[in-house]
Design a protein around this ligand. Structure first.
Ligand code: GTP
Length: 598
């Protein structure tokens, strides 16, 4: 059939096991990015995108390949995002493939995200080719790692390929295996169009660009298409492929992977996971499992200077154009002024966005402590989800509070098992499983409150395992817990931006720590400053800054005119960043210090 020479595949790997390096070698070996200059240009472009956090965005390319027996093939390499925050997008990319290269670093072996990705690939019935990478390194143990893969994953490794993506050694064998081992796509060109959107982004010239995989049917330029979930219709203005540059094509059929432009203005016009079909003959079997991507982690984003509010808003809007998972809305804080509440898929996603705001848009930001979403059941039975602790209703109107839980798998050498168990117990975890992968490596499974992870889990995990642990997690459900809202007060006024929801048992420790940090970062003033942590009306921690006596200031700076001027200037500087809480002037740094977890 016409699809017999097509192979659609992804590369899946744990972070740093060499996915991008292998992809680069494949492009080079197939001559897709030929001479050195063009190659560097292309890789530079990818580098820039990666810098911008677009490992989130697929770099999908069509690769013409002539096999050793002379047959010509079209290989579509469908890139997948490389982090747990984006597992839904990974699963959509895999759904567009028939096979996957499973890259495992032969000096490291199977890691948490190796397994997580393999499970996703197996869910989609993909044919998997194991590739053992980094065999140029003396510490690599491809045979050992091959038997590990067989043992843990149950994947036949008799034909695993040992490569060095760095030097290019054996990468040609990977290409041959792709055409020999991976099945060609199937599909009926005459059937109603059924195409899966696995990526989409906003381009300032073309509007929304949709990357999709055609399962059945044929789409031509000019066709009126229908987006299944929204029932909205559009006219196809461009069809094309990336090889590696964008190239228009007149039509795409079963097995093809390509892009489409259709005058769409907003990413919500083309959600990842949705089905594209034709107006005149729509499919009756759209893809199942299309789901809205919901943010899991939230924080407030405030400009340091009030005048930067509008530029910040513009920057957030620009970022959102290209990132359907990122949400924001205006929010006002008494302490921090006008800003935004932003929602992210996970911590990495949050860090990427914050960094892009600072680096690309020059925004100076105050970010409040990250929070998860809580489910509040009121005494009258209504259920409310809140993503900002300061929005929690009065205690007496709350019947129960539930927090999100995740299931986490942690891979760790056995000498660190004790330390990991201790950490998970401290974080209110519930142990579910523990099994030996090999005689020296263990998989520990826990259910953990997501809030504890957002707080400082990753740093702690890294430090107690000297960096040897790897982990993967997924959201499971909301569970009731004994949670309380902890308020911070300055001279009796609640500082809304510092409110947190914590487990009752942690409240006292957390409250004391923040109160102390806050006290230490508020300069002594002419009046007394009292910092308190409170649950409702019950104060659980208290710190006091005694007032300065007036003549102390006078004495210190009497006489010396230049010093006085300096002091005045300093005061002016400081003034700008002061926030008035009742009668007290609080430098913004104080809020920042209080927000820093440690
Ligand atoms: P993420 O994009 O973070 O998911 O990583 P990745 O899996 O794409 O890994 P990447 O290709 O960026 O490689 C990670 C590191 O390993 C880089 O420093 C590479 O240069 C190095 N590396 C990749 N392949 C090899 C190899 O075959 N040998 C050696 N020695 N180093 C390699």
């Amino acid at each position: 059939s016409s699809t017999s020479n097509i192979r659609n595949f992804s590369i899946i790997a744990h972070i740093d096991h060499g996915k991008s390096t292998l992809a680069d070698r494949i492009l080079e070996l197939t001559g897709l990015v030929g001479d050195r200059e063009r190659r560097e240009q292309y890789l530079d472009k990818m580098e820039l995108e990666r810098e911008r956090g677009i490992t989130i965005k697929a770099q999908t390319v069509r690769i013409p390949y002539t096999a050793k027996d002379g047959r010509k093939y079209v290989l579509n390499l469908i890139d997948t995002p490389g982090h747990v925050d984006f597992s839904y997008e990974v699963s959509r990319s895999l759904a567009a493939c028939e096979g996957a290269l499973l890259v495992v670093d032969a000096t490291q072996g199977v890691q948490a995200q190796t397994l997580a990705n393999v499970y996703l690939a197996l869910e989609h019935d993909l044919e998997i080719i194991p590739v053992l990478n980094k065999i140029d390194l003396p510490s690599s143990d491809p045979d050992g790692v091959a038997s590990e893969i067989e043992e843990i994953i149950g994947l036949d490794c008799s034909s695993a390929i040992s490569v060095s993506a760095k030097t290019g050694l054996n990468v040609d064998a990977v290409l041959e295996a792709i055409v020999e081992k991976l099945p060609a796509p199937k599909g009926d060109p005459e059937a109603p169009l059924r195409a899966l959107i696995f990526d989409s982004w906003y381009d300032s010239y073309r509007g929304v660009v949709v990357m999709f995989r055609i399962l059945d049917g044929t789409i031509k330029k000019g066709d009126r298409i229908l987006i299944h979930s929204t029932r909205r219709a559009f006219e196809t203005t461009n069809l094309g492929v990336f090889s590696p540059e964008a190239k228009d094509v007149p039509e795409l059929g079963p097995g093809d992977v390509g892009f489409m432009c259709a005058n769409m203005k907003d990413l919500s016009d083309a959600p990842v996971g949705d089905t594209v079909t034709l107006m005149r003959n729509p499919t009756t079997t759209p893809f199942p499992g299309f789901k809205e991507i919901k943010p899991m982690v939230f924080c407030g984003l405030y400009p340091v200077e009030p005048a930067e509010y509008d530029p910040l808003k513009t920057a957030l809007e620009k970022l959102q154009l290209n990132d359907a998972a990122f949400r924001f809305e205006p929010e006002t804080s008494q302490a921090l002024g006008f800003g935004f509440r932003a929602g992210f898929l996970g911590l990495l996603h949050m860090e990427i966005i914050q960094e892009r705001l600072e680096r690309e848009f020059g925004a100076k930001l105050i970010a409040t402590a990250p929070s998860v979403a809580y489910k509040v059941t009121a005494t009258d039975g209504t259920v409310l989800v809140i993503d900002n602790p300061s929005k929690l209703p009065e205690q007496q109107s709350i019947a129960s509070l539930a927090e999100p839980f995740v299931r986490m798998e942690i891979h760790v050498p056995n000498e660190f098992v004790g330390a990991v168990l201790k950490l998970c117990e401290e974080k209110r975890g519930i142990q579910k499983d523990m099994r030996y992968l090999t005689s020296t490596r263990v998989i520990i499974t826990y259910e953990l409150p997501f809030a504890e992870i957002v707080y400082d889990f990753f740093d702690k995990l890294k430090s107690v395992t000297k960096g040897y642990a790897s982990m993967d997690y997924e959201f499971i459900d909301f569970r009731e817990a004994d949670l309380v809202k902890l308020d911070m007060l300055i001279n009796g006024d609640v500082v809304d931006a510092l409110a947190v929801i914590v487990h009752r048992e942690r409240a006292a420790r957390y409250g004391r720590a923040v109160a102390l940090k806050l006290k230490n970062s508020i300069p002594r003033q002419l009046y007394e400053v009292i910092v308190q942590a409170a649950i409702g009306t019950r104060v659980i921690a208290r710190e006091r800054n005694a007032p300065l006596r007036k003549n102390v200031t006078a004495k210190c700076y009497g006489g010396d005119i230049t010093r006085k001027r300096k002091l005045l200037e300093k005061q002016k500087e400081g003034k700008k960043r002061m926030k008035k809480m009742g009668s007290v002037e609080i430098p913004q740094e104080a809020f920042l210090a209080a927000l820093k977890a440690d």
